[in-house]
Design a protein around this ligand. Structure first.
Ligand SMILES: Cc1cc2nc3c(=O)[nH]c(=O)nc-3n(C[C@H](O)[C@H](O)[C@H](O)COP(=O)(O)O)c2cc1C
Length: 387
């Protein structure tokens, strides 16, 4: 994730406060080439499994943690595990979003396999699902790649390399009815209900905006959730190229301040600091420049459902991309840490998800945004177990 210079710094008198927080973006053209080389694709990679994995790693993942570990010891099989070193215990205490982010990977893997005429036969949680507390070593999926003349390519695959999470302000013109229908159609067959709140629903849009703003403010003012983002913040080309994950901040001033020891990522900025207040102001401006909201609900919150919700989300995002629409998830109000309890209740009430188990799995801004660059990715090799 990139952080804009004006988003990142505040000067107070002679002092300097640097704010690098988790949901900001900027052009990543300036990112080190190695960090984004994955977006050039696998080229003529001869090994089918490596080829499909080179597409799967382009999936969206919460905090860009890329918590995917892959076992290739069984021929023609890819066994996917959660990387237990890459969790978000503060903002995602039950790892719901981490499981969704396994699903996004599986969806792109499936699309890539289809492209090559292979069926990706998937067993989800083949040794049983994680319990509510969190992930363990058991695989999230076992995927057998089988050549199949009957398999059809997925038209969404064409947009895999163009898909971006776009946190910029959007134009206020509404998405076309055709685009919204394509987003709905993209999740057909998945156990999710897609909702879209459009410009004609002015009152509802305003409630969306208020909840998003309050939830963001809570996240930034809660030291441990802010620090969780700071922990995966990569400042400057050296750190970005070294990690190729997390939240990238490449602004020259922030780099300088970091070098000078003036930006301390071990301490949460105070809620009333210019840094946090400025951040909130800019986030609110982005929210105000949002013509539509997308959301996705499920009837239960089982692990398999979370995984399928991840698959559905990236399909919806690819369909949006196909229509030049940008998406920006706003997960704060959906998160399960105690400080968000009220926001979580409000968004579930607003979206009519109040039956036991009913869960809003994804909530996002939707609109026409400016072009943004790709986020870093680690290499396929770095995801391989027993490599
Ligand atoms: C389950 C899930 C939750 C996410 N939540 C947020 C969020 O709350 N805010 C945000 O800015 N991005 C969110 N994202 C987007 C990721 O940060 C993004 O996918 C990652 O930084 C990689 O960037 P890319 O999608 O452009 O490849 C989420 C993505 C997923 C899959």
């Amino acid at each position: 994730m990139q952080i804009q210079r004006r988003n990142a710094l505040r000067m107070i008198g002679g002092g300097v406060i640097a704010a690098a927080t988790a949901a900001m973006t900027a052009c990543s053209d300036a990112l080190p080439a190695d960090a984004v080389v994955a977006w050039q694709g696998p080229g003529a990679e001869a090994d089918l499994r490596h080829w499909v994995l080179a597409h799967a790693i382009l999936a969206p993942h919460s905090h860009n943690l890329q918590s995917w570990l892959v076992d290739l010891r069984e021929p023609d099989v890819i066994t996917l595990h959660m990387d237990l070193e890459r969790l978000l215990p503060e903002t995602d205490p039950f790892s719901r979003q981490l499981v969704m982010s396994q699903g996004t990977f599986l969806e792109l893997l499936d699309q890539a396999a289809r492209q090559r005429g292979y069926r990706a036969e998937m067993q989800l949680f083949p040794l049983g699902a994680f319990d509510r507390k969190g992930p363990d070593q058991r695989p999230t999926a076992r995927i057998h790649l089988l050549e199949d003349a009957a398999v059809l390519p997925d038209p969404l695959f064409a947009h895999v390399f163009r898909r971006r999470t776009n946190r910029s302000p959007y134009e206020m013109r509404p998405p076309s009815a055709q685009a919204l229908q394509a987003i709905r159609d993209a999740v057909t067959g998945f156990p999710v209900t897609v909702g879209l709140t459009e410009p004609s629903q002015a009152a509802a849009l305003n409630v969306h905006r208020e909840i998003a703003k309050q939830a963001w403010s809570i996240e930034l003012s809660t030291p441990r959730t802010l620090l969780e983002s700071y922990k995966v913040l990569r400042v400057g080309p050296k750190e970005i190229a070294q990690h190729r994950d997390g939240l990238s901040l490449n602004d020259p001033m922030v780099r300088l301040l970091t070098t000078m020891g003036l930006f301390d990522r071990t301490k949460a900025s105070a809620p009333d600091s210019h840094a946090i207040q400025g951040q909130i102001k800019r986030f609110n401006a982005a929210i105000d420049s949002t013509p539509a909201f997308f959301w996705m609900a499920t009837a239960d919150n089982e692990r398999v459902t979370q995984l399928l919700a991840g698959r559905a989300y990236v399909r919806a995002q690819l369909a949006a991309t196909a229509h030049d629409l940008a998406m920006h998830p706003l997960q704060q109000a959906l998160q399960e840490y105690p400080e968000q309890k009220q926001m979580r209740a409000q968004i579930h009430q607003l979206l009519g998800a109040q039956q036991p188990g009913q869960t809003i799995q994804m909530w996002a801004r939707l609109g026409h945004g400016p072009a943004v660059g790709p986020a870093p990715r680690r290499s396929v090799q770095s995801h391989l177990l027993h490599a």
